[in-house]
Every structure is written in C-alpha cells, then in structure tokens.
Design a protein around this ligand. Structure first.
Ligand SMILES: [Zn+2]
Length: 348
C-alpha cells in the first residue's frame, strides 16, 4: 500500500482513536495478551495490528512517542520479514482456510522464549479463515499463550468466529470514519478532485484502505460503466440482459461489480423510502430516482435475496454466465418496475 501522506497508521481516518487507546495500554503496561481487531475489510485493521506488533517487538522503543526505533536488530528483522519472534498466521493461499497444522505450529511458536525481542507476537488474519477444528485447536493457544506471547487477531466477520474465541480476547471494533474526513484524506492520497473523492468515500462504504486499492485498480471508471449499463437495462430487451451477462462473466473485478449492483438496490430502496442523506451513487441520482419512482418493493426485496445468494456462492464453481443471466433477467422483469407511487396513509 502506497500511502502518500503516510504519517504512520494514526494518520488513516478512523484509526486515530483505536491507535491512541492501544498506545496508552502499552504505556501503562496493560495491553491484553490476546487482542481481537474487528470490523469491515478495508478499514485498516491489519495495518493497525502490524503497527502494534512493531512496537511490541522493538528492543529500544521510544519511551515518549512509543515509536519503534527503526535501527535495532528486531526492527531490521521485522522490516525484512525474517523476525524469529514474529509469526503471521494466514491462509497459505488467498481465500483458503487456515489449517490445523498451521495452528499447532503457531501454538509451539508462542511457547518458545523470544530470541531478540522482549515478546513473541502472533498475528492471525483473518481469524474467520479457521474452520471449526482449527478454531478449537486455537482456543487452547488463547488459553495458554505462554509467558512471552502476544496474540493479535484480525477479523472482517466477528459473527463467524466461535463465541469462545471472541470471549477470550479483548476486542476493539473499528468503524468507518466521518465521510468528509475520509474524502479529504483520499484527495491528499491521490489526484482525485473533491467530487470524485466524495463519490469514492460513499461507494467504498467509508473504508479508507479499500478506497485506495480501488483508485489503484481504476475501479471508479469501471463502476461508471457498470452503472450506465445496469441502470439502462430495465428499459431494454431480454436479449440485452443476456448480452450484458456474457460481457460481465469475463469481468475480473467481479466482486466490485456485484457490490455495485447491490449499492443500486440500497439506493433505490432508500430513495423510495424517502431517505434524505446522500445515496451511495449520488452521481447517478437522476436515473436512480426515475427507477425508484417505478419500483415495486416486494420484487425488489426478492431481487436482493437472489443477489445475496449469488454473492455468498460466488467463489464456488458456478456457471457465472448463467447466474448473471438470471440476475439480469430478474432486473429487467417488468414486474419489478410496476410499483405505483406510495399512498400516504389515510388520517385516522
Ligand atoms: Zn527497534
């Protein structure tokens, strides 16, 4: 991650308070041995955990600023990804599980005496990648992390963790920062103008690091193309839905594409229910308002359910073209756009 104005992890919007809380715990020597950082993916939990690990491992931590010295053997080893007192426990392949063997190795790692640093630090990310057997094995590690061990867990889905894992850790839950603060920060990090930065802040649902990734991947341009095609589709023929599905099945940024479809559903629902705050795709306000005035609520909720099933199953071996065809056909189904304007409730 290339942070232009990188003044440390505390400069990332939304991380200031949790970071200050953690520093104060280190200062008072009451940092919990097992810490769980939760919240949506893309808020910066992993960077926060890494910043904390660097402080726990440094042999000459600055007493006042609590910054790692950057020159001790520990700091050098950590920077070169070869610190014997630091272990990153993560899936061996992206999107796969953390297996029970990896958990056992991590448990042994924590029991050993530190070689350089004052502590041994295990960073586990994401914790929900442990299937039940591995999670159960990990519980023992949480119960006995060893006299020198610190465990940092990162989770994008706290609800998917075993309750016993959650209850054995101190939790810090990250939340999205203020939208204005995020969009100002995004402008400082990139060449975005104010309007585009604000669009991105809403579209990323307030997630700073996810926003930066999307700038690098040019997702905003793709988003506009997807929205153009998707918002036109209800006026087009079934053949247009099939042709769009064939095109989208080749899309590399599929999860973003599906997210975009979902933001449209949320926006239309909010417009239909008379929400006043800016919608996610505020830059497409006009076509979205037109659709919102025609939408039938129950079919829209059915559509959302269909979207959710696809989203959950997207990593399995689906016939993607077929799935996208059925989503596109459902979206241009006249029944979805047969809603009458809301009737005001009659006065009693
Ligand atoms: Zn150091």
């Amino acid at each position: 991650m290339n942070l232009r104005q990188h003044g440390g992890v505390e400069s990332i919007p939304g991380l200031e308070d949790p970071f200050a809380l953690l520093l104060s715990a280190i200062r008072q020597q009451r940092l919990p041995q097992s810490l769980l950082l939760g919240g949506e993916a893309g808020l910066g939990k992993r960077l926060l955990a890494e910043a904390l690990a660097a402080r726990l491992l440094c042999e000459a931590l600055d007493k006042d600023t609590l910054r790692p010295c950057g020159v001790c053997a520990s700091c050098h080893l950590l920077a070169s990804d070869s610190h014997p007192d630091f272990l990153l426990l993560e899936p061996l392949e992206a999107g796969k599980v953390i297996n029970i063997e990896q958990v056992r190795e991590a448990s042994e790692f924590l029991q050993l005496r530190p070689q350089h640093a004052p502590r041994r630090v295990l960073l586990l990310a994401p914790a929900e990648a442990m299937p039940p057997a591995a999670a159960n094995a990990f519980l023992k590690t949480l119960e006995e992390p060893g006299p020198h061990g610190n465990i940092l867990l990162v989770s994008h889905a706290l609800g998917r963790l075993l309750p016993t894992i959650r209850s054995r850790c101190s939790q810090i839950r990250l939340v999205p920062p203020d939208a204005g603060q995020l969009s100002a920060w995004l402008q400082a990090q990139s060449n975005l103008d104010a309007r585009t930065a604000a669009d991105l802040a809403r579209y990323s649902l307030g997630r700073p690091l996810r926003s930066l990734e999307w700038i690098e991947q040019d997702i905003l341009r793709l988003r506009r193309e997807w929205l153009d095609a998707w918002l036109k589709l209800p006026r087009q023929s079934p053949a247009a839905a099939l042709s769009l599905a064939a095109q989208w099945a080749r899309e590399k940024a599929l999860s973003n594409l599906l997210l975009t479809v979902h933001t449209v559903v949320i926006d239309i629902l909010r417009l239909r229910l008379g929400a006043s705050s800016p919608i996610i795709n505020d830059d497409f306000g006009e076509p979205l308002s037109r659709l919102a005035s025609r939408v039938a609520i129950h079919p829209l909720i059915d559509f959302e359910t269909q979207w959710r099933q696809i989203h959950v199953a997207r990593d399995r071996n689906l016939n993607l073209t077929l799935v996208l065809e059925s989503l596109g056909l459902a979206w241009r189904d006249p029944a979805l756009w047969s809603g009458a304007a809301f009737q005001q409730p009659e006065e009693m």
